[in-house]
Ligand binder design. Sequence first.
Ligand SMILES: Cc1ncc(COP(=O)(O)O)c(C=O)c1O
Length: 457
Amino acid sequence: MNVFDKEMLSRLDREHVWHPFTQMKDLLAGEPLFIAGGKGCLLKDIDGNEYIDGTSSLWVNIHGHNVEEINEAIRKQLGQIAHSTSLGLANVPATLLAEKLVSIAPPGLARVFYSDDGSTAVEVALKMAFQYWRNVEGESTRRRKFVSLELGYHGDTLGAVSVGGIDLFHGIFGPLLFESLRAPAPYCYRCRFAQEPATCNRECVLSLRKIFAENEGEIIALILEPLVQGAAGFIVHPSGYLAEARRMCDEAGTLLIADEVATGFGRTGKMFACQHENVTPDLMCVAKGLTGGYLPLAATVTTESVFEAFLGDYSGNKTFFHGHSYTGNQLACVAALASLELFEKRNVLGELSQKIEYLRKGLERFWELAHVGDVRQCGFIGAVELVHDKKTRQPFPYEERTGAKVCRRARDKGALVRPLGDVVYFIPPYCIAEPQLQRLLDAAFESIREVTAARAT
Ligand SMILES: Cc1ncc(COP(=O)(O)O)c(C=O)c1O
């Protein structure tokens, strides 16, 4: 079979593949877009059309595609070994990567537990935190509750869904989940307390404080996405929220889990989002950009004191009985090492600060669009919230799928962006050049204008 026989591939895809987060009825009625190549921030379909990868292929290909240094690291490792288990055995790339991760993580994080993707990194953190208190306080511990944020997203496995707060994704699974106490998201544009940021009394912070006070001695951990809640539509937290959350955890003597799956590895302008507020969490989850988008790999990084709570005689039952088949996979670890080396070699964070500024200026223009209600930015993340009524902030009817229509239109203009509801966002690879970034923003701008103008108001 000619692998580029598009008609046959389309038929096979429609007959056999179930795409994630996708209403398949829609996909079955259309033609799937087949990506066949990529270089830098560009993706190429099987007909040779090029697109700017506006989402870093779902926030993972931070250095872009086909990165020679990462290709070479994987090729070299292939000549040695692709995989051996980490259960009871060590391997060179996993050990070196653990040391590297600890060296760039917020101070105090010292131990690396590998898994495969963001959801499993979170699953590990939740189970580790739960067992930590059992190991420290014994079976009679009263700590049985997690605290999480409304509109939070931590992945699709059941533990991660239990601490998730997006009803559209998580609501249906309610009967399968453990209970988590939800604090209001600091979503200033749609403030639950009908306040404005300039004059509010930080009611969201007070609510979180109240949850801590009412559940004294019963909280296992607070889990949150530091600085920005990605899947909720890139809700950017007010400055200081994270540090305040850390203080509350300290005062309550409980753990803080920072889910840096989306924010980690430079996306917010620093290596980790926690570093903007000098916060060291007790557990930090990383995945997505860890291997530069080459292979699935995740890590839950924790402190020596959490680690020590799991030490003991075998009969003491303190062992963390958790582990995945591909834990510490050599190919994934060398990809991650190569990706992290690139940060130094290419001065990625230094270069990024200029691009963040360029993005900031480029986003300003979106305010002039009649149906853009909010424009948000956190580092090299940009997001535009589309609304039916700019004054009242009334959203478009959900079933109109305005955000999806905008993204479909942008694709015809050579830009691949994805919506989160009616939020259109930009998370390009760091290697994107300014003219390409401009093309990405222009494609989105025009698409929003055209789609919202075409709609009867
Ligand atoms: C903050 C956060 N945590 C966890 C996840 C889950 O990661 P994965 O899709 O790799 O399981 C995501 C994915 O978008 C995320 O944004």
